[in-house]
Write a protein that binds this ligand. Structure first.
Ligand code: PHE
Length: 337
């Protein structure tokens, strides 16, 4: 019997609980009602009287040791529990969520403004042939206006190229649809330009096309004024300057009043009070005919703008390259917009 108690003493000495639960199990197995100490006390009666003294001392010893073990470890688990206590009222730490790219934000905004007045969205391939990028648009081979858009050719004869504008999509759309046409073609375009703060060899455009009976230049002007006010604010004014594009006649470049200086002149608008935002014009009858539309019955207007340019003006970004570097410090500034 005494041997048994000695073994238990050794067991208790070696015991190191790993958790509060384990410690509680240990307590019950020794000090619980049916625990080992009670069992030993019950067995005490059977012990011969000459051994009672030693046996009694041994059990008491065991009980004390168990109690001090429990006390020693209980405190440490309590401190731990306090530290790891879960506070359900604490605000959740939000994950670093991604956000839309500023170019997507502006594209969506432009698309939304025009869909409100009945434009639909059309898209087309980025790899194009000569016909859709140039010839159908009144820019036949050897036409000097081809130099306006320094193009990346993938293959010559027959010419396959990276589209230099999304007017290609309008050609496709006119081939496939009958007037009235109101379509908007956003997309990525490519030009062989040296990369700088104001130019890139890849950029994004939104082009619009409106064809119906009796469409006039006044319709074009009003449509663009509506866009400018929606995009840059109610007070925005527009200014049209005569220009040249082979696919429109007459053609114009459109400026919006500088909303940074209220047209008083600043370094963003180079003291002119206006900022150029797009090119436009009445669709050349040759283009309509090339795309199977009767130019005697129908007329229309077209316009095209660079999304990066609009984004630079709207967000006050001075270097276009930032849109392509995808530096998170730059991109995350637009997440709440
Ligand atoms: N396609 C022209 C460009 O990329 C823009 C434009 C479109 C001009 C439609 C006039 C009419 O420069």
């Amino acid at each position: 019997m005494l041997e048994e108690v000695k073994e238990l003493l050794l067991e208790v000495e070696k015991f190191v609980p790993k958790s509060a639960i384990e410690l509680e199990g240990f307590r019950l197995s020794f000090l619980g009602k049916k625990g080992k100490t009670n069992e030993l006390f019950a067995a005490f009666k059977e012990v011969p009287s000459d051994q009672k003294k030693d046996f009694g001392a041994a059990i008491n010893n065991l009980k004390q040791l168990v109690q001090s073990k429990i006390k020693e470890h209980k405190d440490s688990f309590e401190v731990e529990a306090e530290n790891s206590e879960i506070d359900l009222t604490r605000p959740v730490a939000l994950d670093n969520l991604g956000s839309r790219h500023p170019i997507s934000l502006i594209r969506n905004e432009i698309v939304e403004i025009f869909t409100r007045i009945g434009f639909t969205i059309s898209e087309g391939p980025e790899i194009e042939d000569d016909w859709h990028n140039f010839s159908a648009l009144n820019t036949p081979k050897e036409h000097p206006a081809r130099d306006m858009q320094d193009t990346f050719f993938i293959q010559t004869n027959p010419d396959i190229l990276l589209r230099s504008h999304t007017s290609t999509v309008q050609v496709r759309y006119m081939n496939d649809n009958k007037p009235p046409i109101r379509t908007l073609s956003p997309g990525r375009v490519y030009r062989n330009e040296a990369i700088s703060a104001r130019a890139h060899c890849i950029f994004h455009q939104v082009e619009g096309l409106y064809i119906d009976e009796d469409v006039s230049f006044a319709d074009l002007k009003q449509c663009l004024l509506y866009f400018a006010k929606e995009m840059f604010g109610e007070k925005t004014k527009i200014r049209l300057r005569p220009s040249y594009f082979p696919f429109t006649e007459p053609s114009a470049e459109v400026d919006v009043s500088c909303n940074i200086c209220n047209s008083k002149g600043c370094n963003v608008c180079k003291n002119t009070g206006y900022l150029e935002i797009l090119g436009c014009g009445m669709v050349d009858p040759n283009v309509l005919e090339n795309c199977g539309i009767d130019s005697k019955k129908y007329s229309g207007f077209a316009f095209g703008m660079g999304i990066e340019r609009i984004a630079m003006l709207k967000y006050g970004v001075k270097d276009l390259r930032l849109f392509f570097e995808n530096d998170v410090r730059f991109l995350k500034q637009f997440s709440a917009l």
